[in-house]
Design a protein around this ligand. Structure first.
Ligand SMILES: [Zn+2]
Length: 299
């Protein structure tokens, strides 16, 4: 059995995966530990409790800013540690089994490939739409890492010349438009009702769109437009057979997917028409992080 650990900003989810099923699960807080060693102790204890008498063969960990080459979490802005945390080695020491740590977008890509909407597709692009925009790329049946461990990352490809400021310090990145923050900014720029933005995330904008707000509907259409440019460029470079969209923003039914499919059919290089599927993730949101992490551990 493989333990999958999904490290989140406030809590970390753990699950024990047997075949393609989660047979046991728990969670522990990510915050409130004295240091990273204390957190690793708590994680190891939680894994031991989950496993009980069963045989553990490996551990997979998906984390923000996870580097799969070094097994280290590299100064993730939404995690409590300012130093690099070699969590894979720390858990290997404590549990005595192989541990693989990777970034959460790559974990999502492996999760979709092994358990979800990408099963059987050896050339796959998985895009996670949330606070930021992450992606993982499987090419010729292999997760693409590159020398620095972050190949296949679309979030900071530029889609608008001299565009919006991005968290990376540059301007016009896909993530500055296609993310929770980006969509809220688009809604604001379009003059959408400020009351709507009192709610968190993109749900209030989706609700407003369903209620007929033209600014909210336009926000989804504009987001689809930018995402389509990013995806069409990615297809031109990496030629996936399937693209899977994952995360809260993607789950807004046809609000995003409808205009996205339309634009994508228009933007896609004509030689790839009919060759690239565009699908939503099939994994239940609660399971996806654990299964993705487990897929890293089994990889
Ligand atoms: Zn950027």
């Amino acid at each position: 059995m493989i333990a999958g650990i999904d490290i989140g900003g406030t809590s970390s989810k753990l699950g024990l995966v047997d075949g393609d099923r989660i047979v046991a699960r728990t969670r522990i807080p990510t915050v409130g530990h004295a240091d990273a060693h204390a957190f690793a102790d708590a994680l190891a204890a939680a894994v031991r409790t989950l496993v009980g008498e069963a045989a553990l063969t490996g551990v997979g960990i998906g984390a923000p800013n996870g580097n799969q080459h070094s097994g280290t979490i590299v100064q993730a802005p939404n995690l409590p540690w300012r130093e690099d945390v070699p969590l894979a080695a720390m858990l290997r020491e404590r549990l005595g089994v192989p541990c693989t740590l990777g970034n959460d977008a790559n974990a999502a890509a492996l999760g979709e490939w092994r358990y979800g909407a990408g099963r059987g597709i050896d050339d796959l692009l998985v895009v996670t739409l949330g606070t930021g925009l992450g992606s993982g790329l499987i090419v010729d049946g292999r997760l693409l890492l590159g020398p620095f461990g972050n190949a296949g990352e679309l979030g900071h490809t530029m889609v608008v010349i001299d565009g919006r400021a991005c968290t990376c310090g540059r301007a016009g990145c896909l993530e500055a438009y296609v993310s929770i923050r980006g969509m809220r900014e688009t809604f604001r720029e379009l003059g959408g009702d400020a009351e709507v933005l009192r709610g968190e995330g993109v749900m209030p904008i989706a609700d407003a769109a369903r209620a007929g707000s033209s600014e909210a509907l336009q926000t989804f259409r504009s987001t689809a437009r930018w995402l389509s440019v990013g995806l069409s460029n990615a297809v031109a470079i990496t030629t996936p057979r399937r693209i899977v969209l994952f995360g809260g923003i993607a789950r807004n039914g046809d609000l995003l997917l409808g205009p996205l499919r339309e634009r994508f059919a228009h933007d896609l290089l004509s030689i790839y028409h009919g060759q690239v599927d565009l699908l939503l993730s099939e994994l239940p949101e609660d399971d996806a992080g654990i299964l993705g992490a487990a897929a890293l551990g089994a990889h």
